[in-house]
Write a protein that binds this ligand. Structure first.
Ligand SMILES: [Zn+2]
Length: 360
């Protein structure tokens, strides 16, 4: 310190010594940067003085995927218990509790509805308990089951709906976590039996792909596991008719984000359909193709990668008039069913002619 002027370097040394601005002698003049440092406080010092090596470290990409060595599942009761209470598994349980709170706060679940699962081994899956509000779960309530749904650990009884999650994991190895909830807008589409249209919002194309639709079966039943498991092979988000929404991802955060994506997308499409006479704008098939390519670079498959540009944005089921009439027009059962086969078209023509003749 020179001539009673207190510089940033002086302030830093002062803060590092555990002192505050109150400890300064009277009559001191603070430079502007010294004032800034005092305002930011001692917690700012680490970043302020970080070494060049730390500054150039590889940027972090958040990743919550749980990886295990194939064939390494714990076998004995004692091994399973030790695994179930290990730090890595407790961390996942904490994440499930946290996501439960987020689902409940966003009104995606009501009563004891909704459930979460995370695959943690060849034949091991963490799951949420039955009859507990997703907003008020604790780490101690989480359960461990095998892929057949047999409970292996946990004081609380596992949810019956885990059977649907397990059916998805068995059919689609990339599904390492599932999230099920009853968000109002997504569930409304499921109750109306309306498959959400495509080509309306780019992020939905990239992160969700096409949203699937699975016929109604009794929740928790083997029949429900069958239809939803089959639909989820090609769709990371599935609307369960007259029930709710189920999503999967590489980790539980990923699966939950897809739930948010579905709900937000369905809400937006619903609101937009009240505007402009219900005539919604879409991106072009070519633009959709670019998004599907982007989706693939992020490691997500898309069954639509072989579809023609015209087929990609065929939303005839949702918005009449957008039907794809070019090419073979029958790439998928999800596509428009308005294109008649030649036999039926000929029949319509014959009948029309007969009616016209009779009228004459
Ligand atoms: Zn449900």
């Amino acid at each position: 310190m020179k001539n009673n002027v207190f510089t940033a370097a002086d302030a830093e040394a002062h803060l590092r010594a555990g002192k505050s601005i109150k400890d300064l002698p009277k009559g001191i003049i603070l430079t502007p940067s010294a004032k800034d440092l005092f305002r930011a406080g001692p917690t700012s010092l680490t970043a302020h003085t970080s070494t060049p090596a730390a500054a150039f470290a590889e940027p972090i990409l958040p990743d919550y995927e749980f990886n295990w060595k194939p064939g390494s599942d714990p076998k004995s009761d004692a091994e399973i218990q030790a695994f179930f209470h290990s730090p890595a598994i407790v961390e996942l349980k904490e994440r499930m509790v946290d996501i439960g709170k987020r689902m409940w706060a966003r009104e995606y679940t009501d009563g004891n509805g909704g459930n979460l699962t995370i695959r943690v081994g060849d034949n091991l899956v963490l799951c949420t308990p039955t009859l507990v509000s997703k907003g008020f779960m604790t780490v101690e309530q989480m359960c461990l089951v095998d892929l057949e749904g047999k409970q292996l650990a946990g004081k609380f009884k596992r949810t019956s709906e885990c059977m649907t999650h397990l059916a998805i994991m068995k059919r689609q190895p990339k599904a390492k976590a599932c999230c099920h909830a009853h968000p109002p807008h997504g569930t409304a589409f499921a109750v109306a039996g309306v498959q959400p249209p495509t080509c309306m919002i780019p992020e939905a194309e990239v992160f969700l792909g096409q949203i699937g639709l699975a016929e109604y079966r009794t929740p928790g039943s083997p029949a429900n596991a069958e239809v939803v498991g089959n639909a989820a092979v090609d769709h990371m988000a599935v609307l369960m008719v007259n029930h709710g929404v189920i999503t999967w991802g590489k980790d539980i955060e990923d699966a939950y984000w897809k739930m948010e994506n579905v709900e937000s997308y369905c809400k937006t499409v619903w609101v937009a359909s009240q505007l402009n006479g219900g005539k919604l704008l879409t991106i072009t098939g070519g633009q959709a193709k670019e998004l599907i390519e982007l989706r693939k670079t992020l490691g997500m498959d898309d069954k639509r990668s072989t579809w023609t540009e015209c087929q990609l944005c065929d939303n005839a089921g949702f918005q009449p008039g957008t039907v794809c009439n070019i090419g073979d027009g029958k790439a998928s059962a999800n596509q428009s069913q308005t294109a008649l086969d030649p036999e039926a078209e000929r029949l319509v023509q014959v009948l029309t002619e007969q009616i016209l003749t009779a009228m004459k």
